[in-house]
Design a protein around this ligand. Structure first.
Ligand code: ADP
Ligand code: MG
Length: 457
């Protein structure tokens, strides 16, 4: 079954460039995936879909609320240089006045299934990714692979229950809508990509959806923008003379993505009239510090007045989140976590996996920083404890072995706003990622989790 699965993945285009040759597609591998689909409680899956439009609204509202972003990130920007630099650009473009009038959000809200003492599972949000949320492309092809594997194993009936899933198409429809509202037939969509593009096939899935709608796509790096980018008098963005309608960031979410030139390029893009996905305010709305503030009583009510039902749906997915800001509240929770580290996860303001601290390491770090302002660059979160299940993680050059695994469900959200009017607000598909339980942290790109398909039970 594993041999069939691997060939099916290669045929379906579930691909990644290799670590040895990340700059060209002459040699490629399959992206890691599970041999079998994983069981997901149907009620929790439906709950995650049902709350996605609410989260789209919320992220969009935060991105327009200067006072909230300023207050919430005040302590963070003092100690975290990366967030501070993003925040400086945010303030600078606001002062100048936004040229951008069409806004496009593509996010992915991630969840785990927390197992209670009585064995029932609850949906718990891990985070919302508001920039460069990946694997919508490759995962549009995994259900077919898993369907074939089930048939090979004699589970034809089960194979027919796997859900179709096409986030690539959903994301492209949002980008296409933003492109259309920008209103220039000749303008292109620019994918802002990394220097090393191992995950290029995931992006190509979205890119090709746009080409099929006769929308031109170019792929550029920050340094290309620095060298070739310019604004005209009405702040239209040009790359080598070609007008850009939409900038879709698959880069720019971690400090390592930036040197001085790249920061200048980012500022140029943010100042422009082009639709940024996301604009810098929406990127800031996705910080861990903002997530922690959202869990405070009363915050959601302030951000979304008159929407009690949406608020109840969102709040039902929140895990316990705690501020480590200086003061009594922070002192108390720091002491609790040092005494009982296995109850918590310690998170810095970083994206991309592999940054969080757990267990003994959490205790040591917190002990060290508990009396310093550095503490405020982290938040604490209740640790989610899902029920493990057996599966096989298929990875090139790895022996086939059964592992105890846990899964994380992501729902893609897409929305488009023109001025104050929301013209599109959708859930655009899902992503299931599964990892062996010995890894506390990390996603697919980090080499820990693998692609999966939910089998609803
Ligand atoms: P990042 O921005 O680096 O992706 P996340 O908050 O998504 O940060 O955390 C990375 C990974 O760590 C998650 O994919 C999940 O596997 C694990 N993780 C994060 N928060 C928790 C939590 N509260 N309980 C258990 N595991 C968690
Ligand atoms: Mg994450």
């Amino acid at each position: 079954a594993a041999a069939v699965a691997v060939d099916a993945a290669l045929l379906a285009g579930v691909l990644m460039r290799t670590g040895e040759q990340p700059h060209a597609s002459d040699v490629v591998n399959y992206a890691p995936f599970t041999l079998l689909p994983s069981a997901v409680p149907r009620a929790l899956f439906e709950q995650a879909y049902a709350v996605q439009q609410d989260f789209n609204l919320l992220v969009d509202a935060i991105s327009q609320n200067k006072e909230f972003l300023e207050q919430t990130l005040a302590s963070t920007v003092k100690v975290d240089d990366f967030t501070a630099q993003l925040f400086r650009i945010y303030m600078q473009v606001l002062e100048e006045g936004l040229a951008q009038t069409v806004f496009l959000g593509i996010n992915r809200s991630d969840y785990m299934f927390d197992c209670g003492l009585d064995g029932t599972a609850a949906l718990r949000q891990i985070e919302i990714n508001t920039i460069a949320a990946s694997f919508g492309g490759l995962t549009s092809r995994t259900a077919d692979v898993h369907g074939l594997v089930l048939k090979v194993l004699g589970k034809t009936e089960e194979a027919s229950h796997l859900l179709p899933n096409n986030p690539a198409k959903g994301l492209a429809s949002g980008i296409a809508k933003a492109w259309e509202l920008y209103g220039s037939q000749r303008a292109v969509v620019m994918f802002l990509v990394e220097e090393i593009q191992r995950n290029i096939f995931d992006q190509r899935c979205v890119e090709n959806e746009l080409w099929s709608r006769n929308i031109r796509v170019i792929r550029k790096r920050f340094r290309d923008v620095f060298e070739q980018g310019s604004l005209d008098a009405s702040r239209r963005l040009y790359m080598d003379g070609q007008e850009v309608a939409v900038v879709y960031y698959r880069e720019g979410y971690v400090p390592q993505n930036y040197d001085q030139q790249n920061w200048e390029a980012r500022l140029l893009l943010e100042r422009s009239r082009a639709v940024k996905c996301p604009d810098i305010a929406t990127q800031l709305a996705g910080t861990k510090k903002v997530q922690q503030e959202l869990s405070r009583p009363g915050t959601l009510e302030k951000l979304l007045p008159g929407r009690p039902e949406a608020i109840a749906r969102m709040r039902a997915t929140f895990a316990g989140l705690y501020s480590l800001d200086e003061g009594e509240e922070g002192d108390r929770i720091a002491a609790t976590a040092i005494a009982d580290p296995d109850r918590f996860v310690l998170k810095p303001q970083r994206e991309g996996g592999g940054n969080n601290l757990y267990g003994e390491e959490l205790r040591q770090v917190l002990e060290k920083i508990k009396d310093s302002p550095e503490r405020t660059s982290y938040i604490l979160m209740d640790k989610i404890k899902p029920q493990p299940a057996l599966n096989y993680l298929l990875r090139a050059h790895s022996p086939l072995q059964v592992s105890q695994c846990i899964s994380e469900l992501g729902i893609f959200g897409v929305y488009v706003r023109q001025g104050q009017e929301l013209v599109l607000n959708q859930a655009a598909g899902h992503l299931l990622r599964t990892k062996a339980i010995e890894h506390a942290d990390g996603g697919v790109a980090a080499g820990v989790a693998v692609l999966d398909t939910p089998y609803l039970v």
